[in-house]
Ligand binder design. Structure first.
Ligand code: PLP
Length: 370
């Protein structure tokens, strides 16, 4: 693959059937989450040759559309797949930026190692994002709380049913305009405690961002919804009193003394880029931040005694979302009509302001795309 002064060169095969301006404007006025996709996709292929050496090749931008895949492709049978999630933001001067992409590139490679997928050089990761956003720049919304959600992913495409790591892979990025994940204003959500199902186990894939973890979480999410809750809480697989995270978001607790606590990385929790950023933003605001075990008992007693004043979840898609109540069949902790907490909203506002370029980017978290 050719390397240019700017990184990797992507061949451009642009779409002749772009979504018309008027239709795109209607979509951007109310994009929802994950419902609409831009005109293009970025692709890079990987192949192991006869000598056993692998390499990335054929970096390209092509029209968005179905993937041609052999029915025996390994991803369809053994789930050899990983993904990432980040956003592109349109600043008020029209420039377009992304947030901590090097952290996503590094995490993609941690996930790749766990799923026996090839690592992708970070310059290719960033190149794919940059080229895709350039091709689809008109899709980056400018509205309040809006962004272009970017979904990089890697799949095993080799046609082969034997059980071993595949030798052919495809890395792709697709993009989808996004509004507020849970819709409308910032309302506290309700959480269902998953007692029966876990999303991770000892030595498992809990710390990797892979489709398989999500597949395993869906029945629990279904149970949550059947019980009138928005999201599901997974407990520590070794200790059903300790909490871990939601299906796709990390958790934070604001304490009465003003400090912030979040479950430590045990190897079964996914390390969110938002989690990392929230911890830094909170420190910058003068809050003490601790990573430690947090139990259901502490959550229950803390809410009752006032020791815990706010609880929130965080992730790229929904940014920061306050949690109103937590429940299972036997008990309810917190209140459905809880108000979004002051500290939660202050951290949310600061993080969004950094992402939107409204305050100075003191940690150099932003990368300019256009
Ligand atoms: C992606 C993800 C998160 C949040 O990660 P961010 O990098 O903040 O978006 C949290 N938990 C799980 C299980 C995830 O897959």
């Amino acid at each position: 693959m050719t390397q240019t002064a700017h990184g990797v060169e992507f061949k451009q095969r642009l779409s002749h059937r772009r979504v018309p301006d008027q239709e795109r404007a209607l979509i951007l006025a109310n994009p929802g989450f994950g419902d609409y996709f831009t005109d293009h996709t970025a692709v890079i292929d990987y192949k192991v040759d006869a000598t056993g050496t692998g390499g990335w090749a054929h970096a390209r931008i092509e029209p968005y559309g179905p993937i041609y895949l052999d029915p025996s492709a390994a991803v369809l049978h053994y789930g050899q797949e990983i993904f990432e999630g980040l956003k592109a933001y349109r600043h008020s001067d029209g420039s377009i930026w992304t947030f901590r992409p090097e952290a996503n590139a590094a995490r993609l490679n941690r996930s790749a190692r766990r799923l026996a997928l090839p690592e992708l050089p970070p310059a290719y990761f960033l190149g794919a994002i940059r080229e895709l956003v350039r091709a689809d720049r008109d899709w980056v919304p400018a509205g309040d709380g809006q962004a272009l959600y970017l979904r990089p992913f890697m799949i095993a495409t080799e046609a082969f049913l034997g059980v071993r790591p595949a030798r052919e892979f495809s890395f792709r990025v697709i993009a989808s305009p996004a509004g507020n994940y849970f819709g409308g204003e910032v309302k506290p959500i309700s959480i269902w405690i998953s007692r029966e199902y876990a999303r991770a186990g000892r030595g498992g894939t809990g710390a990797a961002k892979c489709g398989g973890n999500y597949a395993a979480s869906l029945v629990a999410q279904q149970e949550a919804e059947a019980n009138g809750c928005n999201q599901v809480l997974f407990l520590d697989p070794f200790n059903d009193n300790a909490i871990e995270e939601l299906g796709g978001m990390n958790l934070f607790f604001v304490m009465m003394d003003g400090s912030l606590a979040t479950p430590g990385l045990t190897g079964t929790i996914l390390e969110g880029v938002t989690r990392m950023s929230v911890m830094q933003v909170a420190k910058d605001m003068g809050l003490k931040v601790v990573e430690r075990q947090i139990t259901l008992d502490e959550w229950r007693d803390g809410v009752e005694s006032g020791q815990i004043t706010e609880v929130f979840a965080c992730g790229t898609a929904a940014v920061i979302t306050p949690i109103g109540l937590l429940r299972d069949t036997f008990e309810t902790i917190g209140h459905e009509n809880a108000l979004a907490g002051e500290t939660t909203m202050a951290i949310r506002e600061q993080l969004l302001s950094i992402q939107m370029g409204a305050v100075s980017d003191t940690h150099a978290w932003l990368t300019r795309l256009i």
